[in-house]
Design a protein around this ligand. Structure first.
Ligand code: ZN
Length: 96
């Protein structure tokens, strides 16, 4: 189980550690692989089979922690809360 506080702390730490931050909006095509939110595990990109290209389906932030380590996180913290709540991994109420 995760608390909202832990989720917020984790996200804040990533933001603090990042050398570089890039924002991706829904529909952004600058995505070349499947992406998952490192906090909640929600898929952030989808393969368009016909075009063999990826499309951003959830607005997310990409943190370049160093030249080898890059993570993606939902831009909206509510998205992490909702996803973890749906999986039964959030301690407490989504709206609390
Ligand atoms: Zn998330």
């Amino acid at each position: 189980m995760t608390t909202k506080r832990e989720i917020r702390d984790k996200r804040r730490n990533l933001a603090k550690l990042a050398d570089k931050t890039v924002y991706f909006n829904k529909g952004d095509r600058r995505v070349y692989s499947p992406r998952l939110c490192v906090v909640c595990g929600r898929p952030l990109s989808n393969l368009i089979i016909n075009e063999n290209k990826y499309l951003t389906i959830v607005p997310h932030t990409r943190y370049h922690l160093n030249e080898f380590f890059i993570v993606d996180v939902c831009t909206d913290v509510q998205s992490c809360y909702r996803t973890l709540s749906r999986k039964g991994e959030l301690d407490g109420d989504v709206n609390g």
